[in-house]
Ligand binder design. Sequence first.
Ligand code: GLN
Length: 447
Amino acid sequence: NGGQAADGSSLAVNAYVTIMEEEALAQAEAVQKRIDSGEVLHPLAGVPVAVKDNICTKGTKTTAASRMLNNFIPPYDATVIQRLHSAGAVIIGKTNLDEYAMGGSTETSYYGVTRNPWNLETVPGGSSGGSAAAVAAGFAPYALGSDTGGSIRQPCSFCNLTGIKPTYGSVSRYGLMAYASSLDQIGTMGRNIRDCAEALSVISGYDEKDSTSVMKEAFDFSESFGKNIKELRIGVPKNYFDIGISEDVKASVLEAAKTFESLGASVEEFEIPTIEYAVPAYYIVACAEASSNLSRYDGIKYGYRSGDAKDLLEIFYRSRSEGFGKEVKRRIMLGSFVLSSGYFDAYYKKALQVRGLIKKSFDDAFEKYDVILSPVSPTTAYPIGGQIEDPLAMYLADIYTVSINLSGLPAVALPCGFGKDGMPVGMQLIGKAFSEKTLVKAADEYQ
Ligand code: GLN
């Protein structure tokens, strides 16, 4: 039942917004028929999967965890959902998230907080916290999430999971509710790299319905498992470890670097000089795009409409005031501000220039290294309610993840130990664009 506590207590995991019991049984029966008729299906055929609730599922409510879409039933499937169905996957439910994927703790959902199965008093991370909690609690063997600035990697790190944030353009965004279109990518979350890679090979590849789709073929990881990594050059940005990172996280990630060395990879320290600009540049770009993307929710076409409005302007005004939560409104205001004529040059344009410099600092690093090894989050999972009143602290905690999206790069998050608080620690392997096979190979050898 998705972890609702039987006694109705508030300590439920609350991983799902919608559990698709009947649909899942029907899908499973359909898959069985295909198998009986002799069709050879993907290894993931018949395996259940949980899907983040900002990915459209035809006929099943898709809410983005917002009151605005509380009654929204998409008339079409996202491309990734179509692909899961053709592979024979069985979708069992839609998972909770921060409203419109804006956040890092799954505390801003209209459907209540999701709890971390490793300690129910702590957050599961976010925004794909429902997907992470579902897999960590054993409610689903793997899940889809979306990553705009860390939303796959950080919840994986908080819940001891593996996740892949693929290269921008490798997975179709058709049917993903847009947060920041130039940063959003759908990816996979699971217990190990092999499951995540298999699932990514199903959902990736060209889609004419997404104009930013660039990869001709889907990923094929059949040669990526059980290979040695003796040729692999790993760079560790040492300045990442001097900036407000917890000692436990630092120790676990540096220990992982040693493990890679013992597996035969060469490991070298270097610096990424742009790290301090990542969070400001990201929040300007992300909020600017969000303010534009969210303008479609006007109370007319679909979604929540206020009952009290007397004229058209009041419909817009009241529907948006009542339909959106506090964090979403904060970002719409920030985004509208940085795009406004008086401030565009000072903020938005500057942020785009900085984005270019950040990308360049990664390009430079990949002249020397195949993979960059970095922390995912400066801390382990923190108590529910611990940061939510301090948006700036929440934003700063995204320091290690957002530059990857600003640069369009792929990254794999994987567990690398536990803190003194008993909570999981994650690391990420970052690669050049479309180097997913290298990342998967390295992660597989480590695991
Ligand atoms: N925490 C980041 C934000 O709030 C990332 C969110 C995401 O990747 N969807 O924007």
